[in-house]
Write a protein that binds this ligand. Structure first.
Ligand code: CP
Length: 307
């Protein structure tokens, strides 16, 4: 595997193999000495055109644990602000020694362009592009489900809720989870879950309470992405909370073994209540922890050392 741009790049076997590698790395990460020589001599550049806490830091920790050299580049403090193009930026980073570019970009398709245009020979990993995909987030979410529910996710019922329209996390999760045999329902108001999603493979719901009454195994809440909305969301906020927030009342309707997931960052009191975020069934921080192991597995795979 040279690049990871989309979950579509992975067969079921490749996805399961990455998840198995990640599970092994999560055991390494629980040891006192976590460092491995696997990527010694390799250079990983985190090139971020959008803000990030979890993804950027976990890629940095993952590469460091594998003994790679890691450089972090934020577009807003780089020569991008002087008008340098993506192509010239990437070629410059490769000339400086990058073997792998981990890219987050506001435009859907930017990582694919970097991987496919022949501008560079470095590996490319998509760390989230526009509203398109976030493949390593889907892998860490699947690893979290495997750890809590079991390795085989076939038949597991996953309800993904909220701002589906703007969510690259929802797209990557839908693709990966259906590949792994899970039954996915997308739920949201029609403005944030338009009919264009009906052919994506999941069931569609516009009624959160009805979907919760089906007792899903996993409820994955999504952040309301106000920064990507064209109209002012503030006018709709009270209505959204009433209809779509995972309130303490809705939390109480879940089974004892249900998982409450969220990719973060969370808006407490908007899409998720503090009671739900901090409930023992919440895996929010386990998801963050698993991000390191998943990114170690992906980095090792694309850099093809001992993989
Ligand atoms: N889940 C996620 O991508 O979080 P960050 O934006 O903090 O990286």
């Amino acid at each position: 595997m040279k690049h990871l741009v989309s979950i579509r790049d992975l067969s079921k076997e490749q996805a399961l193999s990455l998840l198995q590698d990640a599970q092994e790395f999560s055991q390494v990460n629980a040891r006192e000495i976590k460092k491995m020589p696997t990527l010694r001599g390799r250079t990983v550049v985190n090139l971020f055109f959008e803000n990030s806490t979890r993804t950027r830091v976990s890629f940095e920790i993952a590469a460091t644990r594998l003994s790679a050299d890691v450089i972090n580049v934020s577009a807003d403090s780089s020569s991008v602000t002087k008008g340098e193009s993506l192509r010239d930026t990437a070629q410059t980073l490769e000339a400086l020694g990058a073997d792998c570019i981990v890219i987050r970009h506001p435009e859907s398709g930017a990582p694919r362009q970097l991987a496919d245009m022949g501008w560079i020979s470095s590996s490319v990993i998509n760390a989230g592009d526009g509203t398109h995909e976030h493949p390593t987030q889907a892998l860490l979410d699947a690893l979290t489900m495997q750890q809590r529910i079991g390795i085989d996710l076939s038949g597991v019922r996953v309800l993904i809720v909220g701002d589906i329209l703007h969510s690259r996390v929802a797209r990557s999760n839908l693709l990966l989870l259906t590949t792994l045999g899970a039954e996915v329902t997308l739920a949201g108001p029609s403005t944030l879950l338009p009919d264009t999603f009906t052919d994506m493979g999941g069931r569609i719901s516009h009624d959160f309470d009805q979907s919760l009454s089906e007792k899903p195994d996993v409820v994955m809440m999504l952040r309301v992405q106000k920064e990507r909305m064209l109209s002012n969301f503030e006018n709709d906020e009270a209505r959204y909370i009433k209809d779509w927030s995972l309130s303490s009342q809705r939390l109480n309707s879940l089974t004892k073994s249900s998982l409450v997931m969220h990719p973060g960052p969370i808006n407490r009191g908007l899409e998720i209540s503090s009671e739900a975020a901090d409930d023992p069934r919440s895996t929010i921080l386990l998801q963050v922890t698993n991000g390191v192991a998943v990114r170690m597995a992906v980095l090792r795979s694309v850099l093809a050392v001992d993989a």
